[in-house]
Design a protein around this ligand. Structure first.
Ligand SMILES: NC(=O)c1ccc[n+]([C@@H]2O[C@H](COP(=O)([O-])OP(=O)(O)OC[C@H]3O[C@@H](n4cnc5c(N)ncnc54)[C@H](O)[C@@H]3O)[C@@H](O)[C@H]2O)c1
Ligand SMILES: [Zn+2]
Length: 364
C-alpha cells in the first residue's frame, strides 16, 4: 500500500496519499468513508474520472453515491454555488454522516471544503485534487473559501479534510498552461523553504515538464511533505504559513489588475517571485547569482519573468495597499535571505520598491 504523508495536527491528523492509480484503490478510502457520499466536480473532469471513482467507492462500502457537477472557473467559486451544493445535499436527504468529495482543482477544493464545513456544522471532506496546483498546495491545509464580488477568498473558514488523495494519473489530462502554472508554487517552496528541492528542480525540470512518472511523483511527494509540515506547525495561518506568500504580494496585484482573466495564479506568482527576489537583492540579503538561478528556472519552466507590458506603478501600488496581508499600512514582504530561507519584512523603503518595479517593466 502507498505510504501516506501525514499532516500531524493534534486530534485531527490526516493522511495525504500521492501516487498513480489511487482513485482505483478502495482500501485507501475505506477507513475515511461514510456510507453516504457526494462527489462534487466539473463535467469535463467527472467524464474522465468519476466512473472509476464511483466503482471504487462502491467497493469501499459506500451505498449512496451521487455526483454534482458545477461549471469550472473561479467566477463560480461563490456563495451562490455553495448554496447549490447545500440544496443538492438537503434535497437528497444527506445528513451529517456524509462524506463530501472534491474531485477537481483548487477551485472545486475550496468551494467543496467551504460548503462541507458549513453544512450541518461540518461534514467530512475528502480532497481528490486533479490539478498540480491543488495537489502541491490548495488541497492541503484546510483553508476553504468562496469569493465575494471582486474579493478573492474573502468568505471562508478552516476545515481540515479527512484525507487528501492525489492521483497523479489525473494530471495527464491537465492542460499544459495549468500544469506550468502549478510549477510556480513548487519552485516557490524550493526558494523559501528547501534549497535541495530547488536544486533538484533545476536538474529535473525537463522531465517534470514532460510529466515523466517518476519525476512527477517525486515532485508532488516532496511538495506535499513541505506543505504538510508547515500546516501542522501553523494551522490557522498565524505566523509560519506567512512565508508561503512569497511572490504573492505582487501576484495578487497583477491578478486583480487584469480581473483574474489574463494571468493564471501561478504565472502571476512567477512574476511576483522575481520582484521579491530583486528586493532581497537590493536590500543586500542575497547575491545576484540567486536571482539569476531563479530567472533561469522559471524561464525553463515556461513561466513569465517580466511584468506585463503597459502595467503601471500606480496600479500595482494601489492594489498592494489594498492587499489584506499588510498590517497598519505597511506592506508585508516575504524576502529571501538564502536559498531555502525566507524572512518577513515590513519596512522596505518605497523608493526601492519603485526602482525594482520600474526595472521589471512597470511604467510611470
Ligand atoms: N485553499 C488553499 O490553500 C489554496 C491555495 C492556493 C490556491 N487556492 C485556490 O485554488 C484555485 C486555483 O486552483 P487551480 O489552479 O487548480 O484552478 P482550477 O481549480 O480553477 O482549475 C484550473 C482549470 O483546470 C481544469 N482542470 C483541473 N484539473 C484537471 C484535470 N485533471 N484535467 C483536465 N482539466 C483539469 C479545471 O476544470 C479548470 O478549468 C483558486 O480558487 C485559488 O484561490 C486555494
Ligand atoms: Zn499561491
Amino acid at each position: 500500500m502507498t505510504e501516506p504523508i501525514w499532516v500531524n495536527m493534534p486530534a485531527k491528523a490526516y493522511p495525504i496519499f500521492v501516487g498513480y492509480d489511487l482513485l482505483a484503490q478502495p482500501n485507501l478510502f475505506q477507513s475515511h468513508l461514510h456510507k453516504a457520499v457526494c462527489v462534487v466536480s466539473h463535467p469535463e473532469i467527472a467524464a474522465s474520472y468519476f466512473p472509476l471513482l464511483e466503482q471504487t467507492l462502491q467497493k469501499a462500502g459506500a451505498r449512496k453515491i451521487t455526483s454534482l457537477l458545477l461549471p469550472a472557473g473561479d467566477a463560480h467559486k461563490t456563495l451562490a454555488f455553495a448554496e447549490k451544493i447545500w440544496s443538492f445535499l438537503s434535497n437528497l436527504h444527506y445528513h451529517r454522516d456524509t462524506t463530501l468529495i472534491a474531485l477537481g482543482g483548487g477551485m472545486i477544493g475550496d468551494l467543496v471544503g467551504y460548503s462541507g464545513a458549513c453544512y450541518m456544522r461540518g461534514l467530512d471532506v475528502i480532497q481528490c485534487p486533479t490539478s498540480l496546483l491543488a495537489q502541491v498546495d490548495a488541497a492541503i491545509g484546510g483553508k476553504t473559501a468562496v469569493n465575494l464580488q471582486n474579493s478573492k477568498n474573502l468568505i471562508g473558514l478552516f476545515h481540515q479534510p479527512r484525507m487528501v488523495l492525489s492521483d497523479l494519473n489525473t494530471l495527464q489530462t491537465l492542460p499544459n498552461r495549468e500544469f506550468i502554472a502549478g510549477l510556480a508554487e513548487l519552485i516557490k517552496y524550493g526558494v523559501i523553504l528547501d534549497a535541495a528541492l530547488f536544486e533538484w528542480l533545476e536538474t529535473h525540470i525537463v522531465e517534470i515538464l514532460a510529466r515523466k512518472p517518476q519525476a512527477l511523483e517525486r515532485a508532488v511527494v516532496w511538495a506535499s511533505q513541505i506543505k504538510a509540515d508547515i500546516v501542522a506547525k501553523d494551522e490557522k495561518d498565524q505566523n509560519l504559513r506567512a512565508v508561503l506568500n512569497f511572490g504573492h504580494t505582487i501576484a495578487h496585484a497583477i491578478e486583480s489588475i487584469y480581473h483574474y482573466e489574463k494571468y493564471l495564479h501561478g504565472e502571476a506568482v512567477a512574476m511576483g517571485m522575481i520582484i521579491a527576489m530583486q528586493l532581497s537583492l537590493a536590500l543586500g540579503l542575497i547575491s545576484a547569482n540567486l536571482l539569476d538561478r531563479l530567472i533561469a528556472l522559471l524561464t525553463k519552466a515556461g513561466l513569465p519573468i517580466f511584468l506585463p507590458d503597459g502595467i503601471t506603478l500606480e496600479a500595482i501600488l494601489a492594489k498592494i495597499q489594498l492587499d489584506k496581508k499588510h498590517s497598519q499600512g505597511q506592506i508585508r514582504w516575504v524576502l529571501v535571505e538564502a536559498l531555502g530561507q525566507a524572512q518577513l519584512r515590513e519596512n522596505v523603503p518605497l523608493p526601492m520598491i519603485y526602482d525594482v518595479l520600474k526595472a521589471s517593466g512597470a511604467s510611470m
